[in-house]
Design a protein around this ligand. Sequence first.
Ligand code: ZN
Ligand code: ZN
Ligand code: FE
Length: 756
Amino acid sequence: MAQRLRVHIQGIVQGVGFRPFIYQLANRHRLNGYVTNTPRGVELEVEGEQEALHHFLKELPVSAPPLARITEITTEKLPAAVYTAFEIKSSAEGEERAALISPDTATCADCLSELFDQQDRRYLYPFLNCTNCGPRYTIINNIPYDRPKTSMASFIMCDDCAGEYRDPLDRRFHAQPNGCWACGPRAWLTDREGEDLGVADPISEAAKYLSQGAIVAVKGLGGFHLAVDASQNEAVKLLRQRKGREEKPLALMSYSLEQIERYGLVGEEERQLLTSPERPIVIVPKRPGNSIASEVAPRNRYFGVMLPYTPLHHLLLSHPFLALVMTSGNISEEPIAIDNLEAVGRLGDMADFFLFHDRDILLRSDDSILRVVTGRPRQLRRSRGYVPVPIFLRKPLAGVLALGGELKGTICLTKENRAFVGQHLGDLENLETLEFLEQTVRHLRRILEVSPRLLVHDLHPDYLTTQVALAQDELPTLAVQHHHAHVVSCMAEHGLEGKVLGLALDGTGYGDDGCIWGGEILVADERNYERVAHFDYVPMPGGAAAIKEPWRMAVAYLWAGLGEEIFQQDLQVLQSWDRDQIAVLIQMMRRGFNSPLTSSCGRLFDAVAALIGVRDRIAYEGQAAIELEQCMEPTTDKYHYTFKEVEGRMLLSATSIFTQVFDDVVSGVAPELVSGKFHQTLVAMFADACLHLCKLHGLNRVVCSGGVFQNVFLLENLEDRLEASGLEVYTPQLIPANDGCISLGQAVIGAASIEE
Ligand code: ZN
Ligand code: ZN
Ligand code: FE
């Protein structure tokens, strides 16, 4: 008996080869019917024997094309019709608009074998791609995702390419960026002024210069990289000087996993991440005795590594380098360069050569960075390969636009049950980055067709994003507290509802009392929060200067814990800081001049790092805390900690912990051991505090967020300890623990406020 089924499929199912896949699957099972794109996804009907239908449905989700992401399949039984064949029905213009757009995806295995196949017509062609791979998000101007609406519009397909494009059974059916040597984009090499060198093989020529120690700006998928041979210390040093990037680790790219394993220790989970279609930068421990230049990641135990993700990268890396440094083509803190002319202007002082191409990048997107902790991949910077895949929410929400915080900015747009977090924008401290934010907002609104009803921003009055929100009058605005946003973003990622205990540990967030928060425990849901515990307050002498100069925080904790007299003593540990400067800081704190009060956990890490001689001044955000963690020696010892009840809130004793650190340092305890004790103390203290507060408030779920959770020791041990106490622990994975998550939390809180 023949049966007929109608099937609706939602998710990323358009522009990823889904219809040809269905066509072939139906034919294999001898089913008749049709498949077509609809505004919500893909619709199909299949008719045939019950047994065949059963197998068809079973196989569908398992063997879907690599770029497809199915979020929902619904089927309905219908009376048999009279289909005589299976066909791909074309969809009317405008019907595909609401479909999700795929992120940019690394070159697939099929394309790769063509790239190095001398018989193939695309042999060594740096821009080959197919329906299963290649650029998407960064080349789209508008929807529907169709060639005229991408930066491929100016390339007219040759007959061969057009034939592939039209053939439903071809791997390049409707592959919008399709092209070849005859009709597609091309690469060329220039000097630092952008003057074409006119070489026949620009990639090999660039490789030659790289092997001689030159710095080459390479146009990639989401922007320019600055490349240099990672084995040449002098060359890497020169790059650092020119880029004005003193110590922050530089990312590496190698041709193969085998090569990466010669200088990095790659575990099974890391291997999977490195070879995934997203091809992110993955943090791996350095292999002892490796031959990578020491300047690549000085004073750091880890490398950030990735594999090639475009054909051009594969060709460049096929030359004999162990690894190339591939760092974002930008001046520190500014957005990555994407335009050829713009690149000559902005990168001409840094690069000796430019490897250009003529496929325009319409939206910049940095490399994503992940790290595996407790066996799970964790985002540190979410961008290329992941955006614009949405976070799927527990239920549909009102349309909201959230602008995020200040550092590691992202924006977020909600549409139905999906939250679209945009790519990493950088630190929103200059006009270039702000422009990038506005461009990303326009872009996402256009391709997602969302008309938000509310604009959400951080509570901090001085953030540029706050000023942007308050300067417009298109939408009503809502200010959201920073740590409330942290907690709710992690709730959203895990689909949690109702009240949780939120542990928010970070560097800076504006509190509702005007102080700088950052060591906070909240009882929160997506509507409200109550601050139930926090670190005691200390002044930040000089405000933002105290973030750049951790020694100032050490002075502040000593002043708060032991009083001014301590600085009169002739102690070795105080010698490294200028006495006159200390006196100035004390004056400031005493008068409360430019010394905002803070309960920041990040500042406590900074102060300990400064006191034990790890770092007085930092060259990049979080550096002192990172180096404090990396110098740690394991120990079970810890400091004494206390909880005090003040005005119904629990006060955690940062100052008294610091005083004990000071005593250890004075009595000559090794810095590595002090770091170990300090870490153990925080684990034990927060575990105790959470357990106590969960009991007090009748909760059993703890949600962690904030940049401090990038500390591997703290995350691993706290999660362990809390779970051992019988609590459910939720930690950030899909979205960074750092301020890259703020926009998601803001959006969910904003949407909840509309509902109300
Ligand atoms: Zn491909
Ligand atoms: Zn062609
Ligand atoms: Fe934060």
